[in-house]
Design a protein around this ligand. Sequence first.
Ligand code: PEP
Ligand code: MN
Length: 269
Amino acid sequence: MSTSNATLQTTAKTKILNGGPLPTVIAGPCSAESEEQMLQTAQELKKDHRVSIFRAGIWKPRTRPGMFEGVGTVGLEWLKTVKEETGLLTAVEVANTQHVEEALKHGVDILWVGARTTVNPFSVQEVADALQGVDVPVMVKNPVNPDIQLWLGALERLNRAGITDLGLIHRGFSTPNNKPYRNHPKWQTIQEIRSLAPGIPLICDPSHIAGRRDLLETVSQQALHLGADGLMIETHINPDVALSDASQQVTPAGLDRLLTALDLESERV
Ligand code: PEP
Ligand code: MN
């Protein structure tokens, strides 16, 4: 398959990397579940100077219906409280016009497009149209399937709508054999996307690659070794009772141990 470089207009000062030390650490629950869960998690995370962005899923794209599909807009109120009380930047997933409008109305700092949305150019275009003329950073997760062109196409759609603060999130791919991962990292795609979309920060999401806590360290280490600019790690005050992705979430104390084990500074290449 032939590939061509994306021609992207990008900002020199990205809010995603926040001018802070690399790697940027984004942490927070897979899903917003209650105000208490959000605040307790964020207050613990705030104690860790390495964490700068708090993530939470408000609308959850579940593979099959009948599971917890997110708390919806009320979660954005909780996120606002998190921001006021901790000063952490906030990030949520958006998949349609309503999500974008609600997130912006509630002052969310950073948006991301999820893997199930990146696969669909109609949905990405809808998000891009809703963002026309808005100055907000947007991170784009790789599509579920290992198709770099779809990933690039999503960046280009957002860029054409005027979004210049763009980020990439590598969360692994669904492949015929993902074992031992939940989603296969296919590490060579990091180099590939980097050369096709130069200058765009690349965040690794070891949580959705690993699917289980015990693989987070190895996956994170590998991503940093390959030059990832940041990590997005799902963190919950009580992971075992989480309403989504319980087996891959860690406590704030677990995140602290993980980041310490990674020896972030010296690992940068
Ligand atoms: C998430 O980050 O909570 C999520 C739904 O991830 P993905 O889009 O990678 O499946
Ligand atoms: Mn999740």
